[in-house]
Design a protein around this ligand. Structure first.
Ligand SMILES: C[S@@+](CC[C@H](N)C(=O)[O-])C[C@H]1O[C@@H](n2cnc3c(N)ncnc32)[C@H](O)[C@@H]1O
Length: 464
């Protein structure tokens, strides 16, 4: 094959999956990354970026599909940014996720001998998400079969964004990763908005009324929260929508209206109004109850979250006498989960409302041995008078701040359980911690089927 050139199209064989979940072809030894491809596919792809040592291609057509392809469930899988691995058999998804963790440890952290276990799968692999957020847009992205159809309304869509476009949404009729009733609620909201005289919010002009629909589902109680995010306060309009929804769907326990005119795409309101029921729904993790408000953080795959926390318990190996410190404690779910396994559990978290929720959740469960501290960990740790036996660390995707790594090394707990949603920062942080700690083993847990994302739990034990 001649040297690969930008804007030219080529027939390429996908030989592997690369970091970020893209297919990898290697014409003349040059790595070419192509989205939505699977090893074994022969594809026709256009080169859209060309660098010295790699290139990026856009899939034009699958010429010969890989034998690893399975039937995806969702009609939008080739366009929506959500579940790009849907046609890759689930068993293979798990193998690639495990390999991604191992390769990150090797290449980024230089950690070659750490045992990485098989990924604990998600069960189920569809209808697993307990929270979905759909955007309203006056610019609907048209599916190929809709392009010629005059009857299709083009100036409104409610659904998910097409990757690479910031203001166009696919009008999603059915999202397969959300429990079924969510799709019926979504459809009812769509019908109401279309019939209302009010337009969807436009991200370019910052005009329009309807911004987001956020749905939360409680697995334990099979109840729903509907949170309608609007640009202005117009109670007469949203109350009508609320009446219509609650009459039709008795499973709806809470209807909220978050109001924000912020120009960024955030859905948290400057004002929040409870239109129906309580301002939260309840969920259970194991035997513990949790109050979840519209804007609280809660792991989005409830059943996998229980498996994740069970792994944290197993690695922590508590006997009931230990002091545990949980860094990045969110709404207190890990401290509460560990509360009856330890003497005392402390959590540190930067978001005030999460700390408020954590305290309320401990109270809801009658727990008295959890204490939650608010602040940036790197500022709170130096003044802390606690010497923990075990530390749990569950940072955001960017991983730990270098100062925090130094503070943890200085505190020197006997054991660290590190929970990570990003294998790259996991590898980087473990390498730094391995100065004083042996990385014993890693258990990946799948929280996000059909994506390349993977959660991991690592056990670190202090060196003698
Ligand atoms: C991955 S979440 C973990 C939440 C919790 N462990 C759970 O399982 O639900 C990370 C948390 O770290 C918090 N966070 C981020 N940066 C922080 C910082 N510098 N100091 C304290 N908390 C921080 C975020 O607000 C978020 O709640």
């Amino acid at each position: 094959m001649t040297a690969i050139k930008k804007n030219k199209t080529y027939e390429l064989d996908i030989i592997d999956l690369a970091f970020g979940g893209k297919g990898l072809a290697k014409p003349d030894g040059l790595p070419v990354f192509i989205d939505r491809c699977i090893p074994g596919d022969r594809v026709f792809a256009k080169i859209i970026k060309k660098k010295k040592s790699w290139a990026e291609g856009k899939l034009i057509k699958i010429l010969t599909p890989s034998s690893f392809r399975t039937a995806g469930k969702c009609d939008y899988r080739n366009y929506c940014g959500g579940c790009k691995w849907q046609e890759l058999a689930y068993g293979l998804q798990l193998e690639y996720k495990k390999r991604h963790v191992i390769e990150s440890l090797h290449h980024i952290g230089g950690l070659k001998d750490v045992p990485v276990h098989d990924v604990i799968p998600s069960d189920p692999v569809y209808e697993f998400r307990n929270k979905m957020e759909f955007s309203c847009s006056p610019k609907r992205w048209l599916m190929p079969e809709e392009l010629e159809n005059e009857a299709v309304i083009k100036d409104f869509g409610i659904g998910l964004h097409v990757p690479g476009t910031f203001d166009k949404v696919i009008d999603i009729r059915r999202c397969e990763i959300m429990p079924g009733l969510g799709n019926e609620i979504l459809d009812e909201v769509r019908t109401f908005i279309k019939a209302s005289a009010l337009p969807a919010y436009d991200l370019k002009t910052h005009e329009g009324f309807w911004r987001f629909l956020m749905l939360r589902h409680s697995v334990a109680f099979d109840t729903w929260m509907v949170n309608m995010v609007t640009r202005e306060k117009r109670l007469e309009v949203v109350s009508n929508l609320c009446d219509r929804l609650t009459r039709k769907f008795p499973q709806i326990e809470s209807v909220m209206n978050n109001i924000t005119d912020a120009k960024s795409g955030v859905s948290t309101g400057q004002e929040e109004i409870c239109l129906f029921g309580k301002d939260h729904i309840q969920e259970k993790l194991g035997k513990f109850l949790f109050k979840i408000s519209a804007n609280s953080f809660f792991q989005t795959n409830t059943r996998s979250c229980e498996k994740l926390y069970a792994t944290v318990s197993r690695y922590a190996g508590l006997k009931g006498t230990e002091i545990v410190l949980d860094l990045y404690s969110g709404t207190g779910t890990i401290p509460i989960w560990l509360s009856d396994q330890a003497k005392q559990v402390y959590g540190i978290e930067i978001v005030k409302s999460a700390v408020v929720d954590a305290k309320a959740n401990a109270g809801l469960n009658g727990i008295e041995n959890c204490e939650f501290l608010e602040g940036d960990i790197k500022d709170v740790l130096p003044g802390l008078k606690i010497l923990p036996d075990v530390m749990i660390i569950d940072p955001p995707r960017v991983g730990m701040h270098k100062d925090v790594v130094d503070q943890v090394l200085a505190m020197g707990p006997g054991k660290i359980v590190y929970v990570s949603c990003n294998p790259a920062t996991l590898a980087r942080d473990l390498e730094m911690l391995s100065l004083n700690y042996a990385v014993k083993e890693i258990q990946p847990v799948d929280m996000f089927p059909h994506t390349f994302h993977i959660e991991s739990v690592a056990l670190l034990v202090k060196k003698e």
